[in-house]
Design a protein around this ligand. Structure first.
Ligand SMILES: Nc1ncnc2c1ncn2[C@@H]1O[C@H](COP(=O)(O)OP(=O)(O)OP(=O)(O)O)[C@@H](O)[C@H]1O
Ligand SMILES: [Mg+2]
Length: 310
């Protein structure tokens, strides 16, 4: 199973739109797909017509240990793929999880169990929230591939360095298999010079990790959520459907190992907490007595996340 998280801590860049329509396109090509909503906003669930107010079996129940992933999977016969929904309770999960042992790996453990009980899935695609909190760490820890949608507008790359830093940190401390394999240009407006310039800038930065498919700005894509449908059911002959079809074909044919964006190595932390040469992002805050204990790796990743919370 290919495990992919669609992530960008910036809001409204097209994460949910990409998860829904990529999942639908892959399913139409005969792939078995599980889409997972780990965003407390539950936009993916609403987009797929799930009544989130009454949903009782959601990703929250998995993270809190009540159910396994298999127990909470819903089938979407009209779309042809399966999903795990979210609900607003998930906002509280982030706080509840803080006191749990192994809090960063709860989702990974659940996904590993799913791979054993339902080995037939070809794709797991996770819709991440627009933040870098514990839910996002769980997603980064559970997958092998990251897809990052970037809105092809001014500021597209703003905040990306922080995202890369976090991904790199999770890779070096919690999930050595993690790689960025798809930078997806989103909401491209081919009429403007700025869009072309920004697209060029994205290519310069991410090189061959950028998908050939550029998702154009298309009103049909914006309408689809209010109809509770993927673009293939809402407007199958639109640009939006054509772009997501092309993206799915590209994703299906890509060899993830060949398109990895090389994240810079993070040096191993020195054992002594007092070391002056520690990277600035890993330095503990000045207040309070310095800890005698070397920090455990999970705690350290989490603290870094908290500092970068947006
Ligand atoms: N290619 C597109 N053309 C036109 N509208 C789009 C396109 N992609 C997404 N949209 C619209 O832009 C808005 C934001 O998209 P979406 O919800 O997918 O972003 P997101 O990154 O998941 O947001 P959040 O960070 O809040 O979860 C939505 O209203 C969506 O319908
Ligand atoms: Mg979203």
């Amino acid at each position: 199973m290919r495990k992919i998280a669609v992530i960008n801590q910036k809001g409204g860049v097209g994460k949910t739109t990409t998860v829904v329509n990529l999942a639908a396109a892959l399913a139409r090509m005969g792939q078995r797909v599980l889409a997972l909503d780990i965003d407390p906003q539950a936009n993916l669930s609403v987009h797929l017509n799930i009544d989130v107010a009454t949903a009782e079996r959601t990703i929250y129940e998995v993270l809190s240990g009540t159910f396994s992933l298999t127990d909470v999977i819903q089938t979407l016969p009209d779309e042809g793929f399966d999903m795990v929904s979210s609900n607003i309770d998930l906002a509280g999960a982030e706080i509840e999880l803080v006191s749990q042992m192994g809090r960063e790996t709860i989702l990974r453990d659940a996904v590993d169990a799913l791979c054993k009980s339902s080995p037939d899935y070809d794709f797991l695609i996770i819709d991440c929230p627009p933040s870098l909190g514990l839910l996002t760490i769980n997603s980064l820890t559970a997958v092998r591939e990251l897809f990052i949608p970037l809105q092809v507008q001014f500021f597209a790359l703003q905040g990306v360095t922080k995202l890369l830093e976090i991904a790199n940190l999770v890779r070096s401390r919690l999930n050595p298999d993690l790689e960025i394999t798809g930078i997806i240009p989103q909401m491209f407006d081919q009429r403007t010079k700025l869009s072309h310039e920004v697209l060029e800038e994205i290519h310069t930065f991410f090189k061959n990790t950028v998908t050939n498919t550029v998702v154009r700005s298309n009103i049909r894509l914006a309408e689809a959520p209010s109809h509770g449908k993927s673009i293939f059911r809402h407007a199958p002959s639109s640009f939006g459907a054509a772009d997501y079809q092309a993206l799915a074909e590209e994703v299906l044919n890509m060899v993830p190992q060949e398109r990895v964006y090389q994240m810079p190595e993070i040096p191993e932390l020195p054992p002594e907490p007092a070391a002056e040469q520690t990277q600035k992002s890993e330095e503990p805050p000045a207040e309070g007595p310095p800890s005698e204990e070397p920090k455990d790796k999970q705690l350290e990743v989490e603290e870094t996340f908290m500092k970068h919370e947006v």
